[in-house]
Each structure stands twice: as C-alpha cells, then as structure tokens.
Write a protein that binds this ligand. Sequence first.
Ligand code: PMT
Length: 408
Amino acid sequence: MLQGKRILLIVAGGIAAFKALELIRRLRERGAAVRCILTEAGTRFVTPLSLQALSEDRVYTDMFSLTDESEMGHIQLSRDADLLVVVPATANILARMAGGLADDLAATVLLATDKPVLAAPAMNVRMWTHAATVANVETLKKRGVTFIGPNDGAMACNEHGPGRMSEPAEIAAAIESMLAANRPLAGKRALVTSGPTREAIDPVRYISNHSSGKQGHAIAAALARLGAEVTLVSGPVAVADPPEVRVVRVDSADQMLAACLAAGRVDVAVCAAAVADWKVTRTAGAKIKKKAGALPPALELAANPDILATLSKPGAKRPALVVGFAAETEDLVANAIAKRGRKGCDWIVANDVSPAIGTFGGERNTVHLVSAAGVENWPTLTKDEVAGRLAARMALHLAGPRSAEAAE
Ligand code: PMT
C-alpha cells in the first residue's frame, strides 16, 4: 500500500518513543522507505542503533554534524520525503513547531519542509489539556498539520485520560490515507516512451541518437508517484528503472510500437522517446566487411512507424490524453504547433535540442507546453521538475474540465 513512499520519522523524547520501532516495522512491511531523525531527548528512550536496524537507513541526530550535513543537508532530508511523521509529538516539540523554532535538527526540518506533516501526540493528560498545548495544536492545525490521537487510557504516569499515543497500526493507517489523498491518478493507467531507438545496420552497428532517457523516465516516475499504473517502454538507456513502474525494454522503433500496443488500453500516453525516424531497409545478417579499395556501403532507409501518431488516432481505444514531445533546433514553438496538428496529439511539449543547450542527456530542460488553449512557456527546470509539473497538469486535466480550465 505504501510501495515507493518515503517517510521521514521524527522521533522525539517521550515514553511512547518505543512505539516508533513497531511503526517502522509496519511501514516497511507496506513497502515504504523510512528514514529517522532522533531528537536529543529521544535518545533517552530509544537508541539510534535500534532505529537504524529497523529502518535499514542512517539515523540523523545532530544538526551540526559535518558528515551528515555534507552527505545529506537538512533541507534535503525533507525534500526526499513524501510525508513527515512526528512520533511521539510531545508537548515540547509541538510548542517548538508552533513557535517556529529551529533549535535542533528535527525542529529545523519541520520548519523548512513543504511536505505534509502528521503528528501523533503523547503526553501527560494535564499537559495535553493545558491552554498552551491546546493553542499550539490549534495553530498547527490551521497551518495544515494533521493530528492522529491521542487516545484515552491509562498512562505511564499513572493517570488516566487523553494523552496515550495512537497505536502503530492506527498511525500506519493514517499515513496510508494521507498518502492516498495525494494520489489523484490512482486507478489510471499510463504509457510512457523514453530513450532512443536503435536501428540495426548489421549485428554490430546501428543508427541512433543521444537521448539518455532522463526526461522520459522522470515522467514515468512522476506519474507513478501520483498513483498511476505506469508502463514505461524504453529504448536502450543507462538510467535506472523508476520505482513502481513496469518497464519494457526495446531496441528498435518497430519493437517500441509493438510494446506500446501490447500495453493495452491506457488513460494517458506520453511519448518522450527520441524515436529514429528511419530504419535501414535491409539489415545485414552478418557484420558488413570492409573491403580494400571498395566504396563504403550505401544504406537505404525507410520510414519508421510513427508511434505518437498511431496512439493519437481517433477511436474507442484512444487514450483520453496523448502528450508528445517536439525536439527542435529552430523555430521551436511554430514547429511544435504544426507538429501537434500533424500527429493528432492533445498536448505537445516543445524543447530546444540544439547541442549548445544540452537538452539531450542533460539534467535540465526548458519547455513550452502547446495545447488547444495556447502556448505556455515554462522556466528552465530540472527534468524531474518538468516531469512533476507535467504529471500534475495531466492529473488536473483528467480530473475534469473545471479543474483543467482553472489551471489553463
Ligand atoms: O532522453 P533525454 O536525454 O532526457 O532527452 C529528452 C528528449 C530531448 C529526448 C525529450 O525531451 C524529447 O524531446 N523527446 C522527443 C524526441 C523526438 O523524437 O522528437 P521529434 O520532434 O522527432 O518527435 C515528435 C514526437 O513524435 C515525439 O513525441 C516522439 O516521441 C514521437 N515520435 C517520433 C517519431 C516516431 N517514429 N515515432 C514517434 O512516436
């Protein structure tokens, strides 16, 4: 249920901290990756070693650790997470969060994050009902922090009432529902093409291009993060398979088309692959020999099938949204508008692939989103950011005309 999700667990100093160990186990059973920050007070209740053993990841404790900061800056800790969870959310850490303090690593990360935060309070009943805590919880709720618990019951301090931390199973369920709410493409199927194709000349030589697959793979990952069931049809690339994505590896354009058609019916298709426009008419069965004094062999080329145009053909099986890319070196937007019309896709993402810009194989991309509504010029972004933004726009479009209009 939490496959591919990354949870940053902030373990503070309270007797209920021991429940964090069971929570980590449950989250990992559900497929989540858990990384822990342990406060100074937290170390009095659980050891970094226990958290590390269960999470199978490094435990972060010290804001001023030069090693931690050089390897994983505190901002990066929250950037890498889908959700921050505070267990136990003691009166002290809630007060520090409400007051905007940044006096240790946990508080700093909580102040610096733009990710959703879940807090599971645990404290003495009088501390929980104290006007200061009540006000802090109100403030944090207004700022969007989600609370689970506390439960009623007997407490370690021999008192009875609200203050017991929710059980790990309850917290895990709350985490699941919070993350499900961020999955607008759950139940949707997506197809993404990525990377180059290789068109064989003979068994050892081929025609291809410089696509690395970074942009297409990032789009597949972004759609999967939003809950889509993604098939990624990829030409030969060196980038890693994105998590939670079914990857079909192909070489040639013919194979890429066949794999796309075999993926069956999908709700959205994104063609980010740099498909070779031509293939060699007659691929030699054996390595073509160089003969002394002979002319080099002439290659006769034939057009490859157009995958984007095929997927865009009107019909019952057409995806609700087909997105193509336009790789241009001149008249970028004008050519992209014409290409959108020729291919019949709904949106086209135009990017300048002039060698000086370094789009092929690079980390960044400057794109223009061309749709029936017009042309949007996006700023230069990392390929991951382009992917995230595009996937979010696609989710909005599928959610219905009203939400899409609001964004366009
Ligand atoms: O892989 P990276 O190194 O990260 O680089 C990313 C990228 C530059 C490859 C990517 O952003 C991009 O622009 N992909 C499309 C490259 C391309 O082939 O563009 P095109 O203008 O030639 O083709 C237009 C569209 O038709 C594309 O969606 C392409 O996938 C599709 N096409 C083209 C030919 C063909 N036979 N079949 C197709 O489906």
